[in-house]
Design a protein around this ligand. Sequence first.
Ligand code: MSP
Length: 524
Amino acid sequence: MTSGRSFYITTPIYYPSDLPHIGHGYTTVAVDTLARWHRQAGDDTWMLTGTDEHGQKMLRAAAANNVTPQEWVDKLVTESWFPLLETLDVANDDFIRTTQPRHEERVQQFVQALFDRGYIYAGEYEALYCVGCEEFKPEAEIVDGTGPFEGLKVCAIHSKPLELLQEKNYFFKLSEFQDRLLELYKTEPDFVRPESARNEVVSFVRSGLKDLSISRSAFDWGITVPWDSSHVIYVWVDALLNYATAVGYGNDPEQFARRWPAFHVVGKDILRFHAVIWPAMLMAAGLDVPRGVFAHGWLLVGGEKMSKSKLTGIAPTEITDVFGSDAYRFYFLSAIAFGQDGSFSWEDLSARYQAELANGFGNLASRSVAMIEKYFDGVVPSAGTYAEGDLAIQKIVADAAAAADAAVERFRIDEAIAAIWTIVDALNGYITENEPWALAKDEANRERLGTVLYTAAEGLRALAVLLSPVMPASTEKLWIALGAAESLGRLVDQPLREAGAWGALRPGSTVSALTPLFPRVEQA
Ligand code: MSP
């Protein structure tokens, strides 16, 4: 299934010093769902995630814990970040760590190339730096401190004091790329999505770009500047390059040509790095810019952006331990318009779990399978002549499948799920209206009963295929219960873009008992 067009998609690489919270989990499951969708549609898919391990933040955290920075990041990545992928059932193709030699060597190669091409020069720098953001802050993001920080300048995002740094730095000539970037946003209107993010980026670049400091000499936890060993490469330049080094930049031209350019999905907090600095770096190196950058919104808890530093952090396991990984994925991806902020609450999560998953999809699956067991000894019946109501279901399935694929093309996972959910709602209504339990009372209705239950089962077949990128575990369970694994093969091999074509499920397949897909939860 790898003959299709290339689809390379990335998450940001996370700072391992923060423990994974539902915000990181949100980005990761969104990217995993998009990747699973494309993979199952036959596109030549590659999903990358990883960790951003250099910089001052990491160095200080390690020092505070009395270990070397490498020991510190090794421990965090092993104990917290790899397990996150299992917790959320993520099928990434690669995981890059910026302390890996494969990355470090090629970052040096890239920076050397920019230097050789004349895009890097040495200069003096004095500015206010936020270690939380690992960034010299622009005027607009510097505010006066309050409380214990009264009289100090603090970062608008972290509310922590900024540090005045003065050092000799190497600079990247970012200012030279203003026109080319504006041209890019104009000729590729989808380069930055959604529209609100695009507008923000365009007006930021229009207001003028300053050259970017790309090295630090005050500490050494980073990748050495190849022509000056007293400097390390600025952590954001190092980090952005992961997207290229992970797919063979600098050592595997074939792989790089096959994968690059990528789609990047990021939180809107780091949009400018991805939509301004990164494409400029690539242009300077003579490489293709990304295929697109999609900025999603923030998860808000109690009205505030969720973060560990503000004590609103919730670990993904707190949710998955109670509701399971599929519910986690479904909830965040369906309840929040992808690209906008969304509020998380336990009440909303459990209400949706109960209404949409347990009573909606789960119950539809259980009762359909149970009726086939009861009325047809567990063998999927064949359909007789289709009536208008049956044909209406077929059309809903076909339309939903097409609409979902179109929504995924636009990165709107929430809209894709909403489209797919029209099938769940329609089938539940269809069963209520057709009352198979009443049909079963009279042998004369045998053919009609078969048509109704085949329609339900075939609708579930389409649902399993369409929802498998979102909820891989429960759809797999349903697939097996439908007896589809034996006649049609593995669920993940079912061509997604053909999911809406009616009649794939074979009559005569044997269903097997289905325990509830979304069991009642105790707590919540
Ligand atoms: N290391 C940098 C990224 C480098 S990419 C070349 C970084 N790391 S981070 O650990 O702070 O992760 C930031 C990302 O985590 C955000 O862009 C977003 O994808 C996700 N989120 C962190 N908090 C979030 C919310 N409260 N809501 C939604 N997403 C959140 O920045």
